[in-house]
Design a binder for this molecule. Sequence first.
Ligand code: ZN
Ligand code: ZN
Length: 247
Amino acid sequence: MQLHCLGTAGYHPNEHRHTSCYAVPEAGVVLDAGTGMFRLAPLIETDQVDILLSHAHLDHVVGLTFLLATLYQRPVEVVRIWGKRQKLDAIRTHLFAEDLFPVPLEVQWCALEDGPPELLGKPQVRWFSLEHPGGSVGYRIDWPGHSLAYVSDTVADPIADYVSTIRGVNLLLHECNFRDDQTQWAEKTGHSWTSRVASVAQMAQVRQLVLTHLNPLENGDDPVGIDSARQLFPQTQIAADKMVLEF
Ligand SMILES: [Zn+2]
Ligand SMILES: [Zn+2]
């Protein structure tokens, strides 16, 4: 299966990256809805699209307001948006307040508290709570022979509860907003730093680690100090916009 990276920055876009959005087109799955959402339309292969939200911070949801254009370009029968109930309510009340966005969207809002997402092809989907200001959730999706986990945003910790849930996945997408010399900032803002994320991948014995939610102020080729991750977990790479990952 293939995962397309539509937006790989945290917080705000920069010249090279849009904010968090990933798609598995053959499964009709989208992970988060940052500014990278504008790239989704030509990738849609299914008549049902399920958007799984980690939380409601703007860098993960503002692209929901682009859906009107997405569905104009590529109409689909069903669009469902999954997340914790409180986050969905906040998005509908605030992001889709009439003064901010006047056109109603034809989508279904599905609270995770009512049951795990039922996706096309019926893969097993598990969601789990993550430590982050206001709370966020991660996801693990298992198809026959293929599995991925999406962990964003949180303070990575190899002894956190979520590590056992993501054990052994083919592909771990984990936020890594900060370098190892910025741990104070990471803890203050509820984010991860490089070597800690690698420790999580090592502990969870995943097959490959892809670092996401990269700091938009880091414009170079190596926004995270990749060597400190690879020392602990060699199968680590840095996500890039438009990258396609096999898993
Ligand atoms: Zn974020
Ligand atoms: Zn956040």
